[in-house]
Design a protein around this ligand. Structure first.
Ligand code: DAH
Length: 341
């Protein structure tokens, strides 16, 4: 029996030292010390011993149990420590390594121009308003005095959603004039920048989607002189002091009188050059005094109130400011192009 225990000691200690994970170790514990384990098996044979031999053997068995338990415990501690070390090693972060290159973008050139314009108008007490791009024909046309049958309502020019031509993608930001007059209390000073849509083929100067900025003032005693003074000021802020302007008569259904504002070509000083296509002048925007019919249609008494409005193309402005020669570059989002601004 003594020999059996010595053999068990040797074998178990060796196996425990070789165990390489917690599960392995637990299996060994059951194998040696469990109810049906090897040590219990040896102890069952105590009955065969003489009464003198028994106490010594019992003591030896107890000692062996303690030894095996201690060995298991020691190995468990060792394995835990190794595991922790391995985990820490795996999670090591080398803070001295160079960081990944983070590419930070910047504002799109067209939005730089828009921000500049917003600043100018905010400085004059205007508010910035936003409105729907999916619009009712009523707002895009009818309430702006553009009646059924007007060429700009043609299916060939406008993206309609419904057969009855009642819902569309707005073709201009002018419906924002109507929204503002219907919902805001007077007086009104607002600009409304946003996307507009027309059935145009894409080329260097056309896109089926582009941006306009609408502006409007409604108050008592507003005249064409206010329109001219305000727009002259805006032009000077955008194109520089002393920029020469010209207000040319024009027709828009929703303003009366209507005009277009040209600036004298800043490149050639009016002599004619490629920038102004030999004209000496560059068209900047359309404007006019809000038509009395439009005012009264929005519930504003044209005998008490008057107002002026303008609409301008944002892309064209940005192209002029940054000397961009092809409209498509503005929408293509090619980083090689955008990086230049
Ligand atoms: N909506 C016009 C266009 O798309 C531009 C315009 C002209 C707007 C005169 C106005 C205005 O507010 O008064 O061509």
């Amino acid at each position: 029996m003594k020999e059996l225990m010595q053999a068990l000691r040797a074998a178990s200690i060796q196996a425990i030292l070789a165990a390489d994970d917690a599960e392995n170790l637990e299996n060994l514990r059951v194998r040696y010390l469990g109810k049906k384990g090897e040590l219990t098996g040896i102890l069952r044979q105590m009955g065969k011993l003489s009464a003198e031999e028994r106490p010594a053997m019992g003591q030896m068995a107890n000692q062996l149990r303690t030894e095996i338990e201690n060995a298991i415990e020691a190995r468990r501690t060792e394995l835990n420590k190794a595991m922790l070390e391995k985990k820490l090693e795996l999670e090591t972060v080398d803070v001295t390594l160079p960081a990944k290159d983070v590419r930070i973008g910047h504002k799109h050139p067209m939005y730089n121009v828009l921000d500049q314009i917003k600043e100018i108008f905010i400085g004059m007490g205007f508010e910035i308003v936003d409105g729907p791009e999916v619009e009712l024909a009523d707002y895009n046309f009818t309430k702006l005095n553009i009646d059924e049958g007007h060429p700009s309502r043609e299916w060939t020019d406008t993206f309609y959603f419904t057969e009855d031509s009642k819902i569309l993608l707005r073709t201009q930001t002018s419906p924002m004039q109507v929204h503002a007059m219907e919902t805001k209390s007077l007086p009104i000073r607002m600009i409304a920048p946003g996307r507009v849509y027309r059935k145009d083929e894409v080329d260097a100067t056309h896109s089926p989607m582009f941006h306009q900025i609408e502006g409007m003032v409604i108050d008592k005693g507003v005249t064409m002189a206010d329109l001219k003074a305000t727009l002259n000021l805006v032009v000077e802020k955008i194109y520089g002091e002393g920029t020469v302007t010209r207000f040319r008569p024009h027709h828009f259904p929703f303003t009366e009188p209507s005009c277009e504002l040209d600036i004298q070509c800043h490149k050639c000083g009016g002599k004619g050059c490629p920038t102004c296509k030999g004209e000496g002048w560059i068209e900047v925007l359309g404007a006019g005094m809000v038509h009395p019919k439009v005012l009264s249609g929005c519930g504003i008494d044209p005998d008490v109130y008057s107002g002026w409005a303008f609409g301008m193309g944002l892309e064209r402005l940005a192209m002029g400011e940054y000397k961009i020669t092809d409209l498509r570059l503005i929408f293509e989002n090619d980083v090689r192009f955008l990086e230049q601004f």
